[in-house]
Design a protein around this ligand. Structure first.
Ligand SMILES: Cc1ncc(COP(=O)(O)O)c(C=O)c1O
Length: 392
């Protein structure tokens, strides 16, 4: 007997971008455009001042979420990719060495490889274990045996939902006076992080994933140690200090040239406010419960191959899998066409981890968000089971 199919979409692509968004996020975006509309820090009239205040409120909320004592250390960018480019190109120069991991997204891999191609830097890649966790001993060894300027790791892998022990790496780097950059695109809002207690110098984040904001928003936390080394990615107008030929030497202005995505930043502030109310820890526990259900369910299905750790320790609800003899893209197509389940298939912009996990052609990835339920998890398992059985 086949399962009862849903007529409404089941969105399980939260690793790409979260959906749906909290109502307050949508409302604040429209309200800003309808009632405020002005550019922040670019006028003395009431709506310009309101715009500036709203942008600052978002900075404060994000700063609180990340445990930073200074909201000015939150620099807005258009996404995590731009934030990572700012950190990487802003810090590294000729002759530098970098340690990173085989778990990274192309937002880290490509800027680094560009610098390496130009002959400027040397990259050292830390290995993964069989089940796709970071081989932290190898990472430490690479740091200890090279003269390293910057260590970059993801906070949470976008393919497996594995949390990298950034607090241990941060401590290790701090003790050696090495800068530590965390790609928090998946981590931010999914797992608790405290930049000061975890010794993180730079934390890149994106607004549209687990911070429940809108696309076109993101940013970089720049700690005081990193601030001494990092040059801007973009030069231009900052609203004030127009007489200076160079960027003003103060944060956040130095790194925020040009008119920002004000409605997006305002909406992001609401997403973060919503998160702070719910609590990142409780959302993480909810997603972990979904992870357990899905791991247990998929494990029992003949022909289904699961990638990533077998357990739920320090892991979120992002689950890569394949089915024997069906291409990942075909799985995604069947899930959508028959069951209205939206997932992503392929390499998810992370080619190295797929090679290391033994899935060089990619995986189908289920990624659950805060709004998903146990029923959603069970429906997804049943759909995958039906597809796998048909293949037999
Ligand atoms: C781990 C990781 N890093 C970086 C990015 C890039 O984020 P964005 O596309 O918002 O710049 C992503 C997005 O999928 C990601 O998962």
């Amino acid at each position: 007997m086949s399962i009862e199919r849903r007529s409404e979409m089941l969105y399980l692509d939260n690793g790409a971008t979260s959906y749906p968004k909290p109502e307050a996020v949508i409302e604040s975006y429209a309200k800003y455009l309808r009632e405020v509309g002005a550019s922040p820090s670019r006028g003395g009239y009431e709506t310009a001042i309101i715009a500036g205040r709203k942008v600052f409120e978002t900075r404060m909320n994000i700063s609180k979420l990340f445990g930073s004592s200074n909201p000015e250390r939150i620099i807005f960018t258009k996404n995590a990719t731009e934030a990572l480019n700012l950190a990487i190109f802003g810090i590294l120069s000729d002759g530098d060495s970098v340690v990173t991991t085989r778990m990274e997204h192309n937002a880290v891999i490509r800027p680094l490889m560009q610098l390496e191609r130009e002959g400027k830097i040397k990259i050292h890649w830390a290995k993964l274990t069989d089940r796709g966790r970071l081989d932290i001993e190898h990472l430490f060894e690479l740091i200890s045996s090279n003269k390293v300027k910057l260590v970059i790791t993801t906070g949470m892998a976008n393919v497996t939902g594995v949390v990298v022990p950034f607090w241990e790496i941060g401590k290790f780097c701090r003790e050696r006076d090495i800068l530590y950059l965390v790609d928090g695109a998946q981590l931010a809002g999914s797992y608790p992080v405290n930049v000061e207690e975890d010794f993180i110098d730079l934390l890149a984040f994106t607004g549209h994933k687990s911070l429940y904001g809108v696309p076109g928003t993101g940013g970089l936390y720049i700690g005081d140690r990193a601030e001494k080394h990092i040059k801007p990615l973009i030069w231009g107008g900052t609203g004030g200090y127009s007489e200076l030929p160079d960027m003003p030497d103060l944060i956040p202005d130095k790194y925020e040239a040009g008119t920002p995505n004000t409605p997006g930043i305002v909406a992001l502030g609401e997403g973060v406010r919503w998160l702070l109310e719910k609590g990142v820890e409780s959302i993480h526990l909810h997603k972990k419960e979904l992870l357990r259900i899905v791991l247990d369910g998929l494990k029992k299905i003949d022909g289904v191959n699961l990638f990533g750790p077998d357990d739920d320790v320090d892991r979120s609800s992002t689950i890569p899998f394949t089915i024997d003899d069906i291409k990942p893209q075909k799985i995604a197509q069947l899930l959508w066409n028959r069951y209205k389940i939206a997932i992503r298939a392929g390499l998810h912009c992370a080619p190295h981890i797929h090679q290391d996990l033994g899935a060089p052609d990619g995986t189908a990835r289920l990624s659950f968000g805060a709004f998903n339920t146990k029923e959603d998890a069970e429906y997804a398992i049943a759909a995958v089971e039906e597809i796998a059985k048909e293949q037999k």
